[in-house]
Design a binder for this molecule. Structure first.
Ligand code: F6R
Length: 237
């Protein structure tokens, strides 16, 4: 795991944007793994700006999102499909039929494999160390499946996205597993802000996989970049 520290969230997101663009330019038919949540929003905005300015060609790109809530219709404003359409897909020339989310009908890992595997996986991280919705206790061998969200995740997502109303947040989601994530050729995890500092400190010290801290699975992968802003960068970096 290679840790990079940037002076602010904009510069960190700029780096992530550049890596995505480099990937698409090197391989126009790239398969990207994408995350939702508050963290990647600036990177997606920058990708939209890049498209408006430079017309980077997304027409052959395929995307696989990490997760999707169970129980929200896809046109719900808090569904991850809605989030991605709204923050990125509606503003670039991607073929919407080439944008995938896990659901009860697809065999997601097989589908990803059939497309040749994920070239670049973008991740966020929960304060409890979840990646995707692989909550503490997730196995290293886990594949895409329905998962239960833990109370802490529901509470944080309620505060960030559902006006603090816990009862509106689904308690289940489909999520790529830790093994699904580790199958990606390259991984970039982005963390921003002081609330992620302790989590980054823990990740920085990781020497082996510990299922109570799912992001520690990343220690098993050869090509992982952890992007932090100054506020969440671990001490000693
Ligand atoms: C979302 C996802 C989650 C988030 C994590 C951090 O697709 O997979 O793991 O990345 O919950 O969320 P934010 O960015 O809102 O802090």
């Amino acid at each position: 795991m290679k840790f990079l520290k940037f002076n602010n969230s904009h510069l960190a997101s700029e780096f992530v944007k550049e890596q995505i663009i480099k990937q698409i330019k090197t391989k126009p038919e790239s398969i990207l793994g994408l995350a939702t949540g508050s963290t990647p929003i600036i990177s997606y905005n920058l990708l939209v700006q890049d498209f408006q300015k430079n017309k980077t060609n997304w027409s052959k790109v395929k995307t696989f999102n990490l997760d999707e809530y169970i129980g929200l219709p896809t046109n719900h404003i808090q569904s991850y499909r809605y989030f991605m359409n709204d923050n990125l897909f509606n503003h670039i020339n991607i073929d919407i039929n080439n944008t995938y989310f896990p659901n009860s009908k697809n065999d997601y890992d097989k589908l990803i494999e059939k497309e040749g595997g994920i070239d670049l996986q973008i991740l966020g991280i929960g304060t409890n160390g979840h990646i995707g919705f692989n909550e503490p206790g997730s196995k290293l061998t886990s594949l895409t499946r329905a998962v239960d969200l833990v109370e802490q995740t529901i509470k944080i997502n309620a505060d960030k996205f559902f006006n603090g109303n816990i009862s509106l947040v689904p308690n289940k989601a489909f999520s790529m597993g830790l093994a699904s994530i580790l199958a990606a050729k390259k991984i970039i995890l982005i963390a921003l802000g002081n609330s992620k500092k302790e989590t980054m400190q823990k990740l920085f010290k990781t020497k082996e996989f510990n299922s109570n801290f799912p992001a520690s699975a990343l220690i098993k992968h050869k090509d992982v970049i952890i992007v932090c802003d100054k506020e969440c960068a671990p001490d000693g970096l």
